[in-house]
Design a protein around this ligand. Structure first.
Ligand code: TRP
Length: 326
């Protein structure tokens, strides 16, 4: 039976952290056997919020290493950069004729990103972010799009564009479904904001065990639990939320210990760090391998881009033929 197709991607904006793992990558990993998976490095999308382009290439390769390190299998998955497959920009142009600027201005993800800006000051390409994303997905006829909640509005716009194109010119595209991760987003070690490298509250996928320990040592726990024997409130503690994910077998015990005061934060953090470190150990090992074999990483990318280009160009042939453009 033909496998259904998955397309998902990320912008290469810096090293990935365990929030990405829990929020997206674990989902990608689970699905790579069952689906034909395509994973896109959205390097042109980076320009929507940062015009400095000199680190885009390096960040793209690093992100690919992160993906390979978590266990995405290059024998099963194709990886490619948006900038290297020209059809992305071509389909983006056609799709941009099929949607109003008013619809794009109502995009909640955009509203979140530009919070204090007046919508009339927004960059044209930023407004069109979801249109390029729709082209990313539909060029490969992606049917399932595993993403975080913030991306659901973009998948909705993708469905609308597919429908609009199909009605206008005859059916070429599927209407893809978003597939959400069940585990809620991880908070950063400050205990209040979402995990993000730029907020310096992240545990990176590339962090060595000592670093993970240090980061957890500094993490903010229940402010009412000042000393070991004070009773704590696990439900307001970020470390407890990490235990739930990385140490599910001990959560009941930890809850009881924390609430009674028998378990102190120092021990609890040390235990948590060791569980996160066991989780990350195979990721670190694979990272060492790929960092030492960089030509292999570049080959994987080049293979993905060659294969991706073939698929994209077939789709564009259909698109042009349906539009009678020749
Ligand atoms: N917008 C996505 C994000 O910021 C990245 C992305 C670009 C993407 N193209 C995509 C995700 C296509 C899924 C499918 O996370």
């Amino acid at each position: 039976m033909k496998k259904r197709k998955i397309l998902s991607g990320m912008r290469p904006t810096g090293q990935l952290h365990i929030g990405h793992l829990v929020g997206a990558l674990e989902n990608w990993l689970k699905l790579q056997d069952e689906y034909q998976s395509y994973h896109l490095i959205a390097d042109y999308h980076v320009l929507t919020t940062n015009l400095e382009s000199e680190s885009i290439y390096k960040d793209s390769i690093e992100m690919l290493i992160d993906w390979l390190a978590v266990g995405l299998d290059p024998d099963k998955v194709l990886f490619f950069r948006q900038s290297q497959i020209k059809e992305h920009t071509e389909l983006f142009l056609i799709f941009s004729m099929l949607i109003t600027s008013n619809r794009l201005e109502r995009n909640p993800t955009l509203k979140d990103q530009v919070r204090d800006l007046n919508i009339s000051q927004i960059i044209y390409g930023h407004l069109g972010y979801p249109v390029l994303q729709a082209a990313d997905i539909l060029l490969y006829k992606g049917e399932v799009v595993p993403v975080g909640e913030d991306q659901v509005p973009h998948v909705e716009i993708t469905r609308e564009l597919a429908r609009k194109f199909n009605n206008q010119y005859g059916t070429v595209f599927p209407e893809p479904d978003a597939l959400l991760t069940v585990f809620p987003r991880l908070l950063g070690t400050d205990g209040v904001s979402k995990m993000s490298k730029s907020l310096n509250n992240a545990i990176l996928l590339s962090d060595k065990p000592e670093i993970v320990e240090q980061r957890l040592k500094k993490a903010v726990t229940d402010p009412q639990k000042l000393r070991k024997n004070d009773p704590g409130r696990p439900d307001v503690c970020v470390i407890f939320s990490y235990h739930k994910k990385f140490n599910p077998g001990e959560v009941d015990e930890i809850r009881t210990g924390c609430e009674s005061g028998a378990l102190g934060c120092v021990d609890c953090k040390r235990n948590c760090a060791s569980k996160i470190n066991s989780y990350l150990a195979p990721v670190l090992a694979r990272r060492v391998y790929f960092e030492e074999n960089l030509p292999k990483v570049l080959d994987i990318l080049s293979h993905g881009e060659t294969e991706g280009r073939k698929i994209a160009s077939e789709t564009m042939k259909e698109v042009r033929s349906n539009m009678l453009i020749g």
